[in-house]
Design a protein around this ligand. Structure first.
Ligand code: SAM
Length: 156
């Protein structure tokens, strides 16, 4: 019997053990001009400074198809965040709200996301604008913008 989930022609598979649970692996590191949390903007902007996304060499084949000028969604691990607050009172207005009603970096799983504009691709390095994270923030994932150039999957 054939395995319908087997790699299709042209697909490549990482030669390493896949974690059996929800552990995530960092796939690179983000380089920004922001050295402290106070230096970071609250949210990134497309006219913000150029930042570098350094992807680990083993994942470079996974960058195939990325084109400068397109928008990407970047997911990262806000590694300096505490993770134990259920309600928070942001400095900006002091109003107390639940963690899940905020985009604060403080959350049980401190995952941040930003939409960025891809300026250039050079081997394992993406130059982008639109990030708001500290220099050295671990990279979790890169996805094309939802309405961008993703292949439309046919109905099942
Ligand atoms: N754009 C992302 C989102 O909406 O999911 C993150 C928004 S969060 C409000 C951005 C703030 O997180 C920055 O202004 C900075 O204070 C903080 N921050 C940035 N990088 C961080 C890191 N690596 N660890 C902890 N906090 C960080």
């Amino acid at each position: 019997m054939t395995d319908k989930y087997a790699p299709r022609p042209g697909e490549t598979v990482l030669d390493a053990e896949v974690a059996p649970d929800a552990h995530v692996q960092f796939i690179g590191v983000i380089r920004t001009p922001f050295k402290t949390r106070d230096d970071c903007p609250r949210q990134g902007r497309f006219d913000g400074p150029e930042c570098r996304i350094e992807v680990e060499a083993r994942f470079v084949p996974a960058l195939q198809g990325l084109e400068p000028g397109k928008r990407l969604e970047i997911l990262y691990w806000l590694h300096q965040s505490r993770r134990d607050l259920l309600t928070q009172s942001p400095k900006s207005d002091g109003k107390t709200r639940g963690t899940f009603a905020l985009r604060s970096p403080v959350r049980p799983n401190p995952i941040g996301t930003s939409l960025v504009e891809l300026v250039a691709v050079d081997g394992a390095v993406l130059t982008v604008r639109g990030l708001d994270c500290l220099d050295g923030t671990p990279l979790l994932d890169i996805k094309p913008d939802r309405c961008g150039y993703s292949v439309q999957a046919p109905d099942k």
